[in-house]
Ligand binder design. Structure first.
Ligand SMILES: [Zn+2]
Length: 318
């Protein structure tokens, strides 16, 4: 709804007043400062609670200006795995909460349709699910803000292609149980979150995000360039069959993504490990500092060679 001047007021420290068309003046809890430039707002009803949100178009976040490039993989074990060895967790519900949710769903299933008790159970279920969504969104907002601040360019997988190349695999692999479970969980979390992540990163860092082909990002050895499905030993572990290079599979993925498409289309080999450049808005990668993708010796710390020191994600509280 459009917000006209004078239609939102501050009552005191904690309460505000807003004119809602067809409803009149409505009091609301001021959970954060109301931006002056807000021109519209939205009222929603979620899990038994009304919310009001004032919309603003935030300025893009400025990067450090050092030409750094980070590849980001939506990991199987690590939800957001970056080529400079920083990771972002995207939490969902905790085990305990998941158990409560399960129990509530069971309860609901044998409650009478249309009954008050069932409605109350339903409310609690919705609240729990809302919490999960909110937590994920919060984590993604923090991660994208942090990334946009500390790095100039980003490479991510173009997932429309990825679905075709990677999805059929995975069933044949036989890693240990917990990993698989956790992996499935993370994948699920990210599947719904990845779209939001890329969208928000592009909002905050316009023209600084490049999509690269996801082909072979999980199979290409960053040490020697050997590319084979067997290199992906399990969901969690990458081990090169040619040179023995071993690392976290998600991390290797992010390195390959940072390097653009590491392998030519016919499954042939290797670029030198330096990224190829396709999009005009990105700097020539040789002049830009590509974080973590230069071929590193095993004893060399990738992070030391990489650009800005990792900061912990900041809380974007207004
Ligand atoms: Zn190798």
């Amino acid at each position: 709804m459009a917000l006209k001047p004078g239609h939102v007021r501050r009552l005191n420290r904690h309460w505000g007043l807003v004119w809602v068309p067809k409803a009149g003046w409505v009091r609301f809890r001021r959970s954060r400062p109301i931006p002056r430039e807000a021109k519209s707002f939205r009222v929603t009803f979620k899990a038994g609670q009304w919310h009001i949100a004032f919309a603003i178009k935030p300025e893009p976040i400025e990067g450090p200006g050092d030409g750094s490039i980070i590849g980001i993989d939506r990991g199987v074990v690590i939800p957001l795995c970056c080529s400079d060895k920083t990771n972002y967790d995207v939490p969902g519900l905790e085990d305990r909460e998941r158990r409560i949710l399960k129990r509530l769903q069971r309860t609901e299933s044998h409650q009478k349709r249309g009954s008050g008790r069932r409605a109350r159970t339903r409310l609690r279920i919705n609240r729990m699910k809302g919490r999960e969504v909110a937590r994920r969104k919060d984590a993604i907002e923090k991660a994208t803000t942090d990334l946009a601040r500390r790095c100039d360019f980003f490479r991510i997988e173009d997932l429309r292609i990825k679905n075709m190349t990677r999805s059929a695999r995975g069933t044949k692999e036989k890693p240990c149980r917990r990993v698989r479970q956790k992996a499935g969980l993370n994948r699920g979390i990210l599947q719904s979150g990845w779209g939001l992540f890329t969208r928000r990163l592009e909002d905050k860092a316009p023209y600084r995000v490049e999509r690269v082909s996801p082909a072979f990002t999980s199979q290409h050895c960053v040490e020697c360039g050997y590319t084979a499905p067997e290199n992906r030993e399990s969901q969690a572990v990458f081990r090169c069959r040619a040179c023995g290079f071993t690392a976290n599979a998600d991390f290797v993925g992010s390195l390959n993504i940072a390097g653009g498409h590491p392998v030519t289309a016919r499954g042939g080999m290797v670029l030198s490990g330096l990224p190829m450049n396709r999009e005009p808005q990105l700097p020539a990668s040789r002049s830009g500092r590509a974080v973590g993708i230069l071929r590193h010796q095993p004893e060399e710390d990738v992070k030391a060679a990489a650009a800005p020191p990792a900061r912990r994600p900041r809380r974007p509280r207004a």
